[in-house]
Write a new protein. Structure first.
Length: 174
């Protein structure tokens, strides 16, 4: 009996038919009394028939899972719509610097300005000169949207000269 949506496979049907035929033939020979084949030989023949049916089922199952040849590629699709506008970018980067006087003044501060139209993106400061080992940098930060400032002092008083150099990274932001 088949259920809705199920399929009966032909190798299974063939196996069932072979087993039924073998059973009926064996029964008919045994009842006629003129059996010319022994029951053990009939059993061997039935076993061979069942083995062949099982082999046919295995072959059918393995070949039903094989894939066919690949098809030809389809035509290229239509060009898509343009994407959204990208995020603003940075261009025209420059590094500008300014320095204090090279002297023995105990505290110093300096501000460096970006060229006209450019914005500050970062910066820093260093102490240079013979007395720089006695100097501590106190401050390095943006002074405005277009400048960087720094301050330093002598942590150990020294008569040796030093200078504060301030750097700004500037560019265009769109």
């Amino acid at each position: 009996m088949l259920r809705n949506g199920s399929k009966m496979r032909w190798p299974s049907v063939v196996a069932v038919v072979l087993v039924l035929v073998a059973a009926l033939v064996g029964t008919a020979i045994a009842e006629s009394g003129s059996a010319t084949i022994s029951a053990s030989k009939l059993g061997k023949k039935v076993n061979k028939a069942v083995a062949k049916a099982n082999r046919a089922i295995r072959i059918a199952r393995s070949t039903s899972k094989q894939r066919g040849p690949a098809g030809t590629p389809g035509a290229q699709g239509a060009k898509g719509d343009p994407g959204p506008q990208g995020s603003p970018g940075v261009s025209g980067l420059v590094i500008v610097e300014a320095s204090t006087a090279l002297n023995a003044t105990d505290t110093k501060g300096e501000e460096v300005n970006c060229p006209a139209g450019k914005r500050v993106f970062g910066g820093g400061a260093t102490a240079e000169g013979p007395g720089f080992t006695s100097v501590a940098i106190d401050l390095t930060q943006p002074g405005s949207d277009s400048s960087w400032l720094a301050a330093a002092h002598e942590h150990d008083a020294t008569a040796e000269a030093w200078e504060l150099q301030v750097y700004a990274i500037c560019g265009n932001a769109s």
